[in-house]
Design a protein around this ligand. Structure first.
Ligand SMILES: [Zn+2]
Length: 342
């Protein structure tokens, strides 16, 4: 009887130790990403942090709970920091109409007198332009300033993509049309982005990656998640997933040399790796076809292949990785969102 009791106690202690072990493991896993826990499957997009905050003043920072609340309400939780950077540009947090959103309601400037109401309306309006812009943050930002007409203008004149020169053209075009001296702030994107620090810091020449697809919709973030196919928990997702269709070209993010062209039915499927510098590689997985060969010199924007769903994949998408060396563990790779400034 005594022996049984001892055994029971030993068993309880063992279970307790295992439990502590698991809890510790979970805490460690989920703290690696600085609190930005995705925890989502392939199509969830509920990451909180993608930009580290650089220059958000206390005057705007004090309203963070409102930004968080309304970003969630309007389905753009991942853009809280962008919204706060916009508030820096709009008011610096010094006016009650924090987001200067009265104009989006057709009201005179500063006619909203409640900060929460201003933030709510500003977030709602940004969510709307972001949707119209197909998730393209730069196009949405510029349209927040110019109005939705800029999205149509981008579609007509630049395949729906934002560029600095397109913004300048639109500003001139509208000023002339309205008979005004100037129209809007053609540098709005740069003016907002200076409040955010989206660089990785250590990769050296990783600045200046171009987007790998014409239309950007992120479907799964970099970091720990439940694997969408195997269901394994805490699997580190070593790249960033984008929605795409088989007609879409997968475009090279920066000048470099093709160092891997692999055809496979498992894992990454058909994939290409491009080297851009001594410690900088981009990898493009699940392609249907590949248009380059090993050793090719490729320029930024070159088509590497077509979007596909080869390998371990649940549907057409691009899995993009940023590596600092070949053969790197997933956890050691870089978050492409940061390199791309998304
Ligand atoms: Zn992926």
């Amino acid at each position: 009887m005594f022996k049984l009791k001892v055994l029971m106690i030993v068993l309880v202690v063992k279970i307790f130790v295992v439990f502590i072990g698991i809890a510790f493991f979970v805490v460690v896993m989920f703290s690696v990403d600085g609190g930005g826990v995705g925890g989502g499957g392939e199509f969830e997009d509920d990451m909180e942090t993608e930009y580290t905050v650089n220059g958000i003043a206390p005057e705007v920072e004090r309203f963070r709970p409102y930004f968080t609340k309304y970003a969630k309400e309007y389905g753009i939780s991942e853009h809280v920091n962008i919204l706060m950077a916009m508030a820096m540009q709009e008011s610096g947090g010094r006016y009650a109409d924090v987001m200067q959103s009265s104009e989006s309601l057709g009201l005179p400037r500063n006619s909203i007198t409640d900060p929460e109401e201003s933030i709510k309306q500003g977030v709602k309006y940004f969510a709307q332009v972001l949707k119209n812009a197909g998730g393209d943050v730069e196009l949405a930002l510029q349209s927040y300033n110019f109005g939705n007409g800029f999205i149509d203008y981008a579609k007509e004149n630049n395949n729906g993509a934002y560029s600095e020169s397109l913004a300048l053209d639109f500003s001139d075009y509208m000023a002339e049309k309205m008979g005004w001296d100037r129209y809007g702030d053609a540098n709005y994107v740069q003016n907002v982005m200076r409040y955010l620090d989206s660089t990785t810091g250590t990769a050296g020449n990783s600045d200046g990656w171009a987007l790998p697809l014409k239309n950007i919709t992120i479907t799964s973030d970099f970091g720990p998640r439940v694997h969408p196919v195997t269901g394994e928990v805490n699997k580190w997702h070593g790249g960033l997933d984008f929605a795409c269709t088989p007609a879409d070209n997968i475009m090279n993010v920066a000048d470099g040399e093709v160092v891997e062209v692999i055809h496979s039915n498992v894992g990454y499927g058909n994939y290409v790796t491009v080297q851009h510098g001594k410690n900088e590689f981009s990898r493009y997985a699940h392609l249907s076809t590949i248009d380059v060969r090993n050793g090719d010199e490729v320029s930024q924007g070159d088509a590497l292949g077509k979007c596909g769903t080869t390998g371990t994949s649940t549907g057409n998408h691009l899995h993009l990785e940023h590596l600092t060396q070949l053969g790197q563990a997933h956890e050691d790779k870089k978050d492409p969102r940061k390199t791309l400034g998304l």
